[in-house]
Ligand binder design. Structure first.
Ligand code: FDM
Ligand code: MG
Length: 217
């Protein structure tokens, strides 16, 4: 088979607590890759545009109440419903920059007291990212960044729990090498430089590898 010419895109994931700079860095990376001629797409979870996403949005903006397990499953369903699209993009050679994914899914629900293994189940078998760029920042620092917003989870004591569940999840992750912790206290430009370098290496290295549809398997 002619695998030599086959090039898939890379799945670059940004994760972390609120106000750690995920969206800023995801946007900057997107602009950089686009301006240097890469085929690239930016994707954000939750995707609030679908019917499931609209229910999630109503929940996050405190306009609707839902059982903790029910909303957990909706966040997961919101990923499953986008899987065919994301898969096609990657297979067609487009690099995906994704802002939050199943790791947020598990960490926020575990912070509410749900069991970690139970929380991972619905996302088993989703696409596995090629890298998780984890924006690491203390709650004190993220609070300094203009404070948290008005949405459901944007409270200091809850964010502390989310940070703890993220590190619990990383420890339990079978593929520890995926996680790239960055000190998010650095300047936007310094972080961007590091992220560009990591991403260019990754795009090169994973272009010949098959897609990994085995998250947490
Ligand atoms: N969130 C996000 C979850 O609780 N579960 C998930 O699966 C995902 C993807 O939704 F508080 C939470 C994290 C955050 C909120 O995310 C909305 P943004 O990035 O702030 O829009
Ligand atoms: Mg938010």
């Amino acid at each position: 088979t002619n695998t030599a010419t086959y090039k898939r895109g890379a799945f670059i994931l940004f994760e972390g607590c609120d106000r750690t700079g995920k969206s800023t860095q995801a946007n900057k990376l997107f602009e950089y890759l686009q301006s240097t001629g890469h085929s690239v797409k930016l994707w954000k979870f939750p995707d609030r545009t679908t019917p499931i996403g609209q229910t999630i949005n109503a929940y996050l903006t405190n306009n609707q109440e839902l059982d903790d397990k029910a909303i957990h499953l909706l966040f997961s369903a919101n990923r499953w419903e986008s899987l065919p699209k994301l898969k096609n993009l990657l297979l067609g050679g487009t690099t995906l920059i994704v802002d939050r994914y199943a790791y947020s899914g598990v960490s926020y629900s575990v912070a509410k007291g749900l069991d970690l293994d139970w929380c991972r189940c619905p996302d088993i078998g989703l696409l596995r990212p090629d890298i998780i760029i984890f924006m690491d920042l203390s709650i004190e620092e993220s609070e300094k960044r203009g404070g948290f917003g008005e949405e459901r989870y944007e409270k200091k004591n809850f964010q502390e729990k989310v940070c703890k569940s993220f590190s619990q999840l990383k420890q339990k992750d079978d593929d520890d090498s995926l996680w790239k912790f960055l000190d998010a206290k650095q300047s936007v430009e310094r972080l961007h430089e590091q992220i560009v370098k990591i991403s260019l290496d990754l795009i090169e290295n994973c272009s010949q590898l098959p897609l990994k549809e085995d998250l947490w398997k």
